[in-house]
Design a protein around this ligand. Structure first.
Ligand code: ATP
Ligand code: MG
Length: 815
């Protein structure tokens, strides 16, 4: 056939509407290089983009979605696009909209594996013996449940902790093993009782109408495997599948994708084997390396130009990753100029490292180092372990430098929030026994251990939930007096709130309209809807009628006002959701806690959390052996663990666009203990020619003496003797040797240490204080010169004592 005939044949086969769509301009294609364009335009069949960091994989994937929509190949709800975090999903949606220059009307299936699986599971819950209003357990609930099962099996929880069992079960779920198909090789797990406990746990979850995180995928994979018709339906619906960060998929996720793509094979995966960093959570880098086998005839596209970083940064990252044996190996180049070399600096201790970075951040804002001024929001500090964040948080609070923690302790993990959420969960799903256990005697209702035991027994003997068990118990007069009355009131409340929830739930989707945004709550048979109230009013009512709000109002502890503020904040958060259930789901799925008041802030997050992101300036502190590479990772998985740590180093360096600063400390206080440390072995793997070694402030060259008197030195552990020990420590010596070999000036003699007595706090527990930035609060804990303060408005924070004044003298201080 001549090409003319082919065109004719194409024209005849393609409907006019689609041809008209195809003729629409596609400006987003002009922003791509030829290889990216190929990946975007090869819409049919399997495509793999396997390429290094910053080469535009995510950009191409986003353009591909835009192209699918723009060319009329797919409607928004026919595209299944999987990203690694909710934040990445939001970002991708925004970018597609921007590329197309229009509002995107829903992309219901663009999200994380978990978020998408929740929707799927709600539709088909009955196929795995759940109801569609199942609860998603958080780690705390999961552990509590496992503890009960361990106790029931007469196992000593001290020797065999619930957390360990949680990990074992999670691993199995990541491999898509149900209790029935855990291989015999695993039979020895958890003192030979792992499999039996796993079975009991799953059974218990079913009676609770609950799932854990791992179940979301496992159940959906099970449904797809057992119900061909359901799978076939989704294979037809999800006509195009796109996956970012494919190198970090685990077996369950991989199976899920293969099942869905099995029929049409329109799957486009992008990733980088060098950035596989979730092996410890079951990710298998083999998935990406096997792609061409799994999907024969796949178009494989390699991208080599890095658009993110300057040449020195890229070369430094490449130098480090080259030490890994198990990799494909890739060439990366950048058209950007050399730029700044990667900066390397060694510090005396972790506090000094934090102090220095704080100063750098402030200086950068004024445009130092020949770079245009960098705002705080253009800078990130990426740490290996979240406990490293404390030093930075303390420092930044002290100097008033705005920062945000991504993926750190979250609002929703606070006690009062979790209590309130337990009430909400019960209102949505009365069989949520874990929630019931949490609140049955909170606030105190005279329902102590004995009464709770009776409820448990009544529930168990009748094979019903705790709420039902409690009703039976009351009816049989098994409980009397004050406790019985209080329980009766609680049960009445729960019933009322549940009716109200059913009244506020959105209607069930039609069978032929199942592709809309699939969050729905099915009313249970026999429950009639109550009067229509908004879920916000309902939440407030629940907190009041249950006595929970009053409980904190009557509490005289310094934390109480802050907790009440938080409860208000919680109710406020509901405004962004259609109903309680949508909100509960959101909370179980959130992975980041960004608050945005518009003020530029430096980002503080873990290296793992930073995957896929980019920042003009990146600080990589704590490069010390044991901390990074992480000792536990190396102990547990040896060379494999070390290589994964090295990939993490590669991810870290390649987040930087223009300025990358690596630092380490000779001493660090970890979990209350001072430890001297050796600089990370990854530092020696950095190519010399791409690194600038900086002189630490004060320690080398001038200026130290002044700093020593100006800076308070901790009085608790850090006395002269321990400091002298540290000077003799191998870590310090190695650091000295390195600085000499790299041409740094010699450290001075051991410095004089002065102890700043002012730094010891003169405040007492419970004192009311005032802080310039956070306002009024009460001291809840004291550690040396640091105070933990429950601020009335800003919540609990740690602040250095000299930055607060007694509340009653606040007016006298010229802030
Ligand atoms: P990672 O491996 O870190 O996830 P990636 O390969 O997904 O990186 P992107 O985040 O898509 O890379 O792109 C990195 C940067 O390069 C982004 O700022 C992006 O806008 C830019 N970029 C990508 N492709 C091009 C291009 N063809 N022309 C100009 N800039 C590009
Ligand atoms: Mg990316």
């Amino acid at each position: 056939m001549s090409s003319f005939d082919e065109d004719e044949a194409f024209a005849a086969a393609v409907p006019l509407s689609q041809r008209a769509m195809a003729a629409r301009p596609a400006p987003y294609l002009d922003e791509l290089n030829p290889a990216q364009r190929e990946a975007v335009e090869a819409l049919e069949g399997p495509v793999l983009m396997l390429a290094g960091a910053g080469t535009g994989k995510t950009k191409a994937l986003t353009a591909r979605i835009a192209h699918l929509l723009n060319s009329g190949k797919a409607r928004p709800n026919e595209i299944l696009a999987v990203t690694f975090t909710n934040k990445a999903a939001r970002e991708m949606k925004l970018r597609v909209a921007r590329l197309l220059g229009m509002e995107l009307e829903g992309m219901p299936w663009l999200g994380t594996f978990h978020a998408i699986c929740v929707k799927l599971l709600r539709r088909h819950a009955e196929l795995v013996d759940l109801k569609s209003n199942f609860t998603i357990l958080d780690t705390d609930d999961q552990i509590r449940l496992l503890k009960q099962l361990i106790a029931a099996a007469n196992i000593d929880e001290k020797r065999w902790p619930a957390r360990h069992l949680a990990q074992v079960i999670d691993n199995w779920k990541n491999r898509a093993w149900t209790p029935e198909n855990v291989p015999t090789a695993e039979a020895g797990a958890f003192d030979n009782k792992g499999v039996a406990l796993y079975r009991a746990y799953q059974a218990r979850l079913r009676t609770l109408n609950a799932v854990d995180f791992g179940d979301l995928l496992l159940h959906v994979v099970t449904i797809f495997q057992r119900h061909e018709d359901v799978l076939a339906q989704y294979q037809r619906w999800f006509r195009f599948i796109l996956v970012d960060e494919y190198q970090d998929t685990n077996v369950a996720q991989y199976l899920w994708l293969r099942l869905l793509a099995g029929a049409h094979q329109n799957i486009c995966c992008v990733g980088d084997d060098d950035q596989s960093i979730y092996g410890w959570r079951g990710a298998e880098v083999g998935n990406i390396l096997r792609f061409e086998k799994d999907f024969p005839g796949a178009t494989v596209i390699r991208l080599e130009q890095n658009y993110r970083s300057t040449a020195h940064i890229l070369a430094a990252a490449s130098g480090v990753i080259e030490a890994n044996k198990g990799r494909l190996g890739k060439t990366l180049w950048t058209a950007a100029d050399g730029g700044e070399k990667v900066r390397l600096i060694g510090h005396w201790d972790g506090e000094e490292e934090a102090r220095w970075i704080g100063e750098e951040l402030e200086a950068m804002g004024q445009g130092t180092r020949g770079l245009a001024p960098l705002g705080l929001d253009q800078c990130a500090i990426l740490v290996r372990a979240s406990h490293q964040m404390r030093a930075f948080e303390d420092r930044f609070l002290t100097i008033g430098l705005p920062y945000r923690v991504i993926g750190g302790p979250r609002f929703y993990e606070r006690m009062e929030i979790r209590d309130a959420m337990a009430y909400f969960r019960l209102a949505v799903s009365p069989e949520d026994d874990l929630a019931f256990e949490r609140i049955v005697n909170t606030p105190k209702r005279g329902l102590g251990d004995k009464a709770q035991q009776k409820i448990q027994i009544a529930a168990r003997t009748n094979g019903v939930s705790l709420v039902e068990g409690a009703k039976i118990l009351l009816a049989a007069k098994g409980l009397t007096g004050k406790g019985a009355k209080a329980l009766g009131t609680l049960l009445d409340g729960l019933e009322r709130w549940h009716r109200a929830v059913v009244g506020t739930a959105p209607p069930l989707p039609d069978d032929d309209d199942v592709l809309d945004d699939g969050l729905f709550a099915a009313p249970e048979p026999g429950v009639t809807a109550g009067p229509q109230v908004s879920h916000i009013e309902l939440a407030q009512t629940i907190l009041e009628e249950s006595g929970y709000t009053a409980y904190w109002q009557n509490d005289k502890s310094p934390e109480a006002p802050g907790r009440l503020e938080n409860l208000k904040e919680l109710v406020k958060a509901l405004e962004n959701f259609e109903n309680l259930q949508g909100f509960l789901e959101h909370v179980s799925l959130i992975m980041d806690n960004e608050t945005d008041d518009g003020e530029p802030k430096v980002t503080l997050m873990t290296l793992h959390g930073a995957k896929g992101l980019e920042f003009p300036a990146v600080f990589l502190p704590g490069w010390e052996d044991g901390l990074f590479p992480n000792q536990r990772a190396m102990d547990e998985t040896g060379l494999k663990g070390l290589e994964e740590e090295r990939r993490l180093a590669y991810v870290g360096i390649t987040r930087a666009e223009r300025l990358c600063t690596i630092s380490f400390a000779a001493n660090r206080r970890i979990f209350g203990q001072w430890q001297s440390a050796l600089p990370s072995r990854f530092i020696d793997e950095l190519p010399e020619e791409n690194v600038d070694v900086l002189t630490p402030p004060g320690l080398y060259g001038g200026g130290y003496g002044a700093a020593a008197t100006a800076q308070p030195v901790r009085s608790d552990l850090h006395d002269q003797a321990s400091r002298a020990d540290v000077y003799n420590s191998p870590g310090w010596k190695r650091m000295q040797a390195r600085s000499q070999s790299r041409g740094m000036s010699q450290p001075r003699e051991s410095r004089n240490v002065t102890i700043d007595l002012d730094a010891v706090s003169s405040f007492g527990l419970g004192d009311r204080v005032f802080h310039q930035k956070f306002g009024y609060g009460a001291v809840t804990a004291i550690e040396g010169d640091k105070l933990e303060i429950a601020f009335d408005k800003a919540g609990v924070k740690k602040v250095v004592a000299k930055f607060v004044v007694p509340a009653d003298s606040a007016g006298d201080v010229p802030f």
